[in-house]
Ligand binder design. Sequence first.
Ligand code: FNR
Length: 364
Amino acid sequence: MTDDLFSPLELRGTELPNRVMVSPMCQYSCEDRDGLATDWHRVHLGSRATGGAGVVMTEATAVEPRGRISPHDLGVWSDEHADALAPVAEFVRAQGSVPAIQLAHAGRKASISRPWEGHEPLSPDEGGWEAIAPSATPYPGREDVALREMTQADVSDVIEAFRSGAERALAAGFEIAEVHAAHGYLLHEFLSPVANDRTDEYGGSFEDRARLVVEVTEAVREVWPDDRPVFVRISGTDWLPDRDSWTREQSARLADLLADAGADLIDVSSGGLHPDQQLPAGGPNYQVPLAEHVRAESERDVAVGAVGGITTAQQADALVRNERADLAIVGREHLRDPHFALRAARELDALDRIDVPEQYERAY
Ligand code: FNR
């Protein structure tokens, strides 16, 4: 039988009840500089779980303080952070959704103010901090952020920060850990020759540029239980066709390396590395061909998630039915409608295949 949006998906010992995932989305809602989850995170993520999404993923959650994008990002660098996240994971799970966490490091795109405060680079005397990156080349336009090239000791520290972030995420009750290697943040900076000029074993050839994300994935996999899935979000392309950059062909090769490192699903987004990117307009399914490419070309049995411009039930369902992707990852439409999955079930005549909260039954 053909799978559709309301078919469960088995990944290791975890069953996703349907194929809708809430895409990770920064909320910039921690109190100044502490990275601890607040009521906002509990209500925001909790309401997407009451809305029926099979997987509810946190925003980019920094594995160390200098890996935050803004001073208001979530973090998971201490046990106190895990304690603050635990009620989020518990509530999501209690609704029948699978709680997931995106583990992140912002690299050279760290230390900016939040969008509604201008997304401005923050120097250390404005509450910013020194960022680290594969090379000391700033993200264009953000020359005010203090930045230095990572030493080999920094590389080891970052791997350990992802490993211990995953351990804490597990203690907090999350079922899926996603490694954020997209959108021009640290791990993508290592992947792309546009941001990586290193001459050690973490730069140069495809294998060397891929080394860090592979080692991070292995480290997360080592501490993540065998029966729980690990996802990796990648940018399928830099959208910089005129220069030596990260491409969809490299993404498909990377998917194989990540699968060998223990990843169960590749979440395929795109871009974010450089402001010259030639991103398509962002219409319906605008990144789906990249996910499809990875799914078709990967030689491993790894699941693939598609994200970008998925806004309707029919669109999400068709992605799964037509085997273009295994998971429909929905971002902004979930900001507009926390109950996207319940609405989709209603529109697709599948209410008998989703758990409607008893409190909401009279609406369905
Ligand atoms: C995002 N996005 C994003 N991606 C990611 O991997 N980690 C993150 O923390 C964030 N943060 C974030 C915040 C906000 C407010 C938006 C709108 C987006 C990207 C997001 O997950 C998604 O990939 C894109 O929005 C494209 O999907 P949609 O929105 O077209 O469904």
